[in-house]
Design a protein around this ligand. Structure first.
Ligand code: SF4
Length: 243
């Protein structure tokens, strides 16, 4: 264990964990938009800035990827941090407009007005969670960043019908500002943002749609399971079906 201090509170942190994780375990709030335990830290949104003091020197770091070190003193809410966080959030709101999620965060960090011109350029905050979950968890590599500055955006390859996408919905699930629409109708699942439409597969036991054809094929390729198992939904596998 590593002994650190956060906002004056003495904490035993786990070797190798980040300052953000240690703070969260101790019930200390640090705002973040781009962090999720399912994927590696990326420090894209920079909302999780904290001050770390060590050997008499203080520096500003992103807590989501800063590992704990014996004896460090962390401050999560100094005047400097409050000021920087407000500017970061105002810039994000200037890009996206005031989405409900950003509005909630603005209230928490004390943003009362946005001092930059709101361009409402795109709803996406470029946190990269969708790209990272698709790469690191799903393994489909179906979307990525394109462009720079205000023109930067997340798109499928060549921005055309996306063959790599499994329509699994993990990206929509993880998006912190809920801008990846996912629709299900007439036995299909659609993610218009990625130009993806897939047929859904119905469970052979209960008849409920539970996965896309692409997901089933990916599981088949990875596991070699037979159709009798692949085409049965997880609920029926658990309750009605002996593998
Ligand atoms: S729905 Fe497509 S883009 Fe989104 S995580 Fe799944 S495979 Fe990737």
């Amino acid at each position: 264990m590593v002994k650190i201090t956060i906002d004056g509170k003495k904490i035993s942190a786990k070797e190798g964990e980040t300052v953000l994780k240690a703070a969260q375990r101790a019930g200390i709030f640090i705002p973040t938009l781009c962090n999720n335990d399912a994927v590696k830290p990326y420090s894209a949104c920079r909302m999780c800035l904290v001050e770390v003091a060590k050997n008499g020197r203080t520096k500003l770091v992103t807590s989501c990827d800063y590992p704990v070190e014996e004896g460090i003193e962390v401050n999560t809410n100094t005047e400097r941090i409050q000021r920087d966080r407000k500017v970061i959030l105002e810039l994000l709101i200037a890009r996206t407009g005031e989405t409900p999620e950003l509005k909630k965060l603005a209230e928490k960090v004390g943003v009362k007005e946005v001092r930059f011109k709101v361009r409402n350029f795109d709803d996406c905050i470029l946190c990269g969670l969708c790209v990272r979950v698709c790469d690191e968890v799903v393994g489909a590599h179906a979307i990525g960043f394109r462009g720079r500055g205000m023109e930067r955006e997340v798109v499928p390859p060549f921005d055309v019908e996306n063959e790599q996408c499994l329509a699994c919905g993990a990206c929509a699930e993880i998006c912190p500002v809920n801008i990846i629409d996912i629709f299900e109708h007439d036995g299909t699942r659609e993610l218009p943002k990625w130009h993806k439409k897939s047929r859904l597969v119905a469970c052979r036991v209960c008849g409920k749609y539970f996965a896309t054809e692409e997901e089933i094929e990916m599981i088949r390729a990875k596991t070699g399971l037979p159709d009798e198992i692949l085409y049965v939904c997880p609920d029926c596998r658990e309750h009605n079906f002996t593998i």
